[in-house]
Ligand binder design. Sequence first.
Ligand code: 8GT
Length: 327
Amino acid sequence: MPLDFTPIRTARLTLRPLSPEDAAPLHRLVNDWEVAKTLARVPFPYPRELADEWIAATWAQMAAGEAWHLAIEQGGALVGCIGLTLDRDRPREERAEQRRAELGYWIGRRAWGQGLAPEAAGALCAWAFESLGLAEIHASALRDNLRSQAVLRRIGLRPAGEGVQPFLSRGAKMPVLLFRGDRAALAAARPAPPPKPIVLVAAVALVDSDGRVLLAQRPEGKSMAGLWEFPGGKVDAGETPERALIRELKEELDIDVTEACLGPFTFASHSYEKFHLLMPLYLCRRWNGTVRGAEGQKLAWVRVQKLADYPMPPADVPLVAMLRDFL
Ligand SMILES: Nc1nc2c([nH]c(=O)n2[C@@H]2O[C@H](COP(=O)(O)OP(=O)(O)OP(=O)(O)O)[C@@H](O)[C@H]2O)c(=O)[nH]1
């Protein structure tokens, strides 16, 4: 068993070395004419012992650095196989960056229609460019296998002519379309990482009769602890920014504010590592009650010219400049 292979994980799949327990489900899935007829190197019917032999062969090939054939697992069950085989037509000592490998895969019939093949193939190719330093990946698909051709195109391979290949399952030579792509072409086709969530935070610059602005210090234990910020907080689901501010100002500062006293001033739009902050900043000069740090946070009334002396979260920096110009 090739123990040193770290499984490749995608959103839905795990690609891992085959194990002897895979032989029975593998046989059941591939001994299906609809699957076998698209594969060049699979006989049909597929003898049960061949599954054991094939799994043992994949370990030997992986240990020799010749091919990487992996199980495609979804939710703990085998749903197909995928592999890359280094081309042999070049001298073994050639430089790694000139290597080419052939991609092959199949998905059991019950797992068709979910986009699993491009998900697995895209991930295996990305791994191979990174770990094996390949120059190019190529593949072929039967001329009438439009579905597989679509998979190859989707992961970034491009048509590279036609050919004829012997198909064990058909006992005949069959016309195929050839595809190939380099690292850049496949990387460009990979889906972008999921966008960061947008977090809506309402904040306010409270301005007193001397024109000073209130800042609150982020307490220990929170992200960006020690930095000074405008009072406010996250807008809850179903809440308006104004209602959120009225709530937060009561909780944090023990003051009462009305919507009419919250004047929209500007906003911050800033990408933090895990989220994108969208923060409307209001101006407020009138409130009821006496401002106090109701959550134990330190407060400071700061003259606009002095605001820059207080280290603030990066999202706030442009807001400070705008306040200075306005007040
Ligand atoms: N209230 C406020 N939040 C700000 C300012 N600038 C800024 O980047 N933020 C960010 O906006 C989010 C405000 O969330 P919050 O006040 O409801 O909650 P929190 O500090 O407990 O958030 P956290 O613990 O998730 O960091 C924080 O991630 C905070 O770092 C600002 O001037 N005022």
